[in-house]
Design a protein. Structure first.
Length: 318
C-alpha cells in the first residue's frame, strides 16, 4: 500500500517478473488489484512486471466520493514514482479502459512506453442507441435512485456470497474450473504459449499449479474483493463511466493507442467501440471473434502486441 500526498491509501499488487518491463494493469468494473493475477504466468514468460492498482474505493484503496476520472492519472504517476519507474506501459480492461485513456490523455508521452484498451467500455456522448439496456438502466439508477441501487447491489453481493459457500455451488464451481483447466491444456498443446528468447530456461518454469479448491478460493476472493468497502464505490464509478469523462477523445495525442475488442461482446458492443477508436487520433483497433470474456484467451498475443519483444530489444541495443 502507498500513502498518497493527500493522505489516501492506494492499494496495489504485483505479478509476473519483478525485474521485467513495467505494465500497469487497470482492472475492470467493479473489481480490484487481484484481477491482475490473470496475467501472472504470461508476465513471467514475457518478462513483464504487472502492477495492478486498486482504484479508489475498491480493494485496499481509500474511497474518495469527490474523485473524477481525470484524477486517476495522478495516482498512477505517484505509484510509478514510488516504485522508481521512469517509464511504463498502461493497459485497461473493460471498465478500466476509460481510465487507461485518461492516462494517455494526461500523462507525458515520455513516461509511457505503450497504451492499450482490452474490451474497454465506450463513451456516452455518442448517443445511447448501441449501449446495452442493462447499462442504461444502471446509469439511471445510480443517478436518480442511488439509495435503491446501493440496497439492491448489497443484496445481490450478499446473496452471491452465501450461494457460493453452499455445497451445491462448490461442486458446480469445481466442475467448471476443471473444464477450464482441461480446455487451457488443450489450447496450450495445440499452440504452446510463447516465451521471450532471452529468458533463461531456469527462469521459464511457472509456479506450481493451484489445486481446484485453491483456484476456487482465489476466484471467489477476486470476485468479491471489489465490494470489500460496500456498494457506494461501485455506484460512484458507474456515474464516472456513464457521464462526461472530463476529456475529449480527440485530445488524446499518444501514438498509438491500441484497442482489442471482441465482435461478439454484448457488455460493450463493437458498434459502440468502433466510433470511439475513430475519434482517438492514433487509435488502432484489432477485432477478435470473441465475447467480453473469451477475448481473455488471447492475452498472451495482446501483451505481445502491446510491448513487442523485438521493439524492446532494439531499444536496449540502441
Amino acid at each position: 500500500m502507498l500513502r498518497l500526498p493527500d493522505g489516501r491509501v492506494l492499494g496495489f499488487a504485483e505479478y509476473g517478473d519483478p525485474q521485467g518491463r513495467p505494465v500497469f494493469f487497470l482492472h475492470g468494473f467493479p473489481s480490484s488489484r487481484l484481477e491482475g493475477s490473470g496475467a501472472d504466468k504470461i508476465g513471467r514468460r514475457r518478462r513483464l512486471r504487472i502492477i495492478s492498482p486498486d482504484r479508489p474505493g475498491f480493494g485496499l484503496s481509500t474511497f474518495d466520493p469527490t474523485r473524477r476520472m481525470t484524477d486517476w492519472p495522478a495516482d498512477v504517476r505517484a505509484l510509478a514514482d514510488h516504485l522508481d519507474l521512469p517509464r511504463f506501459a498502461v493497459i485497461g480492461g473493460s471498465g478500466g479502459g476509460p481510465f487507461a485513456l485518461a492516462c494517455a490523455h494526461a500523462l507525458p508521452a515520455t513516461r509511457l512506453t505503450a497504451v492499450g484498451i482490452l474490451a474497454g467500455a465506450g463513451p456516452w456522448d455518442q448517443g445511447t442507441r448501441v449501449i446495452p439496456l442493462r447499462s442504461r438502466l444502471t446509469a439511471v439508477m445510480v443517478e436518480y435512485t442511488p439509495s435503491l441501487f446501493r440496497v439492491l447491489l448489497s443484496a445481490v453481493v450478499g446473496t452471491a456470497r452465501w450461494v457460493a459457500s453452499t455445497a451445491w455451488a462448490t461442486r458446480r464451481i469445481d466442475a467448471w474450473l476443471e473444464s477450464v483447466v482441461e480446455n487451457a491444456a488443450a489450447r496450450n498443446a495445440a499452440e504452446p504459449p510463447t516465451t521471450r528468447a532471452d529468458v533463461p530456461k531456469s527462469e521459464r518454469e511457472d509456479p506450481p499449479e493451484l489445486t481446484i479448491p485453491e483456484r476456487r478460493a482465489h476466484m471467489l476472493r477476486t470476485l468479491f474483493e471489489g465490494f470489500s468497502q460496500g456498494s457506494e464505490p461501485t455506484r460512484h464509478e458507474a456515474r464516472l463511466l456513464s457521464q462526461d469523462w472530463g476529456f475529449r477523445l480527440e485530445e488524446v495525442a499518444y501514438d498509438p493507442v491500441k484497442f482489442w475488442h471482441g465482435t461478439k461482446d454484448t457488455n460493450a458492443p463493437i458498434d459502440w467501440i468502433r466510433p470511439m477508436v475513430q475519434r482517438v487520433r492514433h487509435g488502432v483497433l484489432k477485432e477478435f471473434d470473441d465475447n467480453h470474456y473469451t477475448i481473455g484467451y488471447h492475452l498472451d498475443t495482446i501483451l505481445q502486441d502491446l510491448l513487442p519483444d523485438d521493439e524492446h530489444d532494439s531499444k536496449k541495443t540502441a
